[in-house]
Unconditional design. Structure first.
Length: 182
């Protein structure tokens, strides 16, 4: 199992993001998430993190795959990714200062703008799949220092969310990564 999880909340044409006050991605807008506790299933951990970081309780939580990464030619694990849909009528006032940083709603176009240097570097690459594709993906990000130099997305089975040996399974599939390169 991977150690981390990550969630983006969608409401209309906006995504709830967190401007982090801690590493990783300190000072950048990022999703909500954190670390899985011992013996905690990914979905249960995500629900706990959502409660701790936002207090939001009314949403539809959808597993969207995983993000794995290589940093300076060394694999560094991965995280489970989720999209939480909130009804158009739900009120969640922002900006909101929390222990993790500042929560605020950001327009999708703003997040995807290529000139936007304030967003965690992997979010623009994975966001389109999360919003517009029913499939789940392994989004593999390759970093050279702090620069995202390559991103590729390979479809995975939705059941991978509960797979305890997900890293071994994904490693065996790496040679089939192909048509989904940025």
């Amino acid at each position: 199992m991977f150690t981390y999880n990550f969630c983006l909340f969608k409401k209309n044409d906006e995504i709830l993001l967190l401007n982090r006050i801690k590493s990783p991605w300190m000072g950048c807008w990022n999703g909500i998430g954190g670390k899985l506790e011992k013996d905690e299933m990914p979905r249960d951990a995500m629900i706990r993190e959502i409660e701790e970081e936002t207090g939001i309780q009314e949403y539809a939580l959808n597993f969207k795959g995983v993000v794995t990464w290589t940093w300076n030619n060394t694999p560094h694990g991965g995280m489970y990714i989720y999209l939480a849909d909130i009804s158009d009528e739900y009120r969640y006032e922002t900006p909101l200062v929390t222990e993790e940083g500042i929560l605020d709603w950001k327009k999708i176009d703003w997040i995807l703008d290529p000139e936007n240097a304030g967003i965690a570097k992997n979010i623009p690459s994975i966001l389109n799949h999360m919003l517009n594709d029913d499939k789940c993906y392994n989004h593999h990000c390759v970093y050279d220092g702090d620069d995202l130099v390559k991103w590729e997305a390979m479809p995975i089975d939705r059941d991978m969310e509960a797979e305890k040996d997900i890293e071994t399974i994904l490693n065996s599939q790496k040679e089939t990564v192909s048509d989904y390169i940025k």
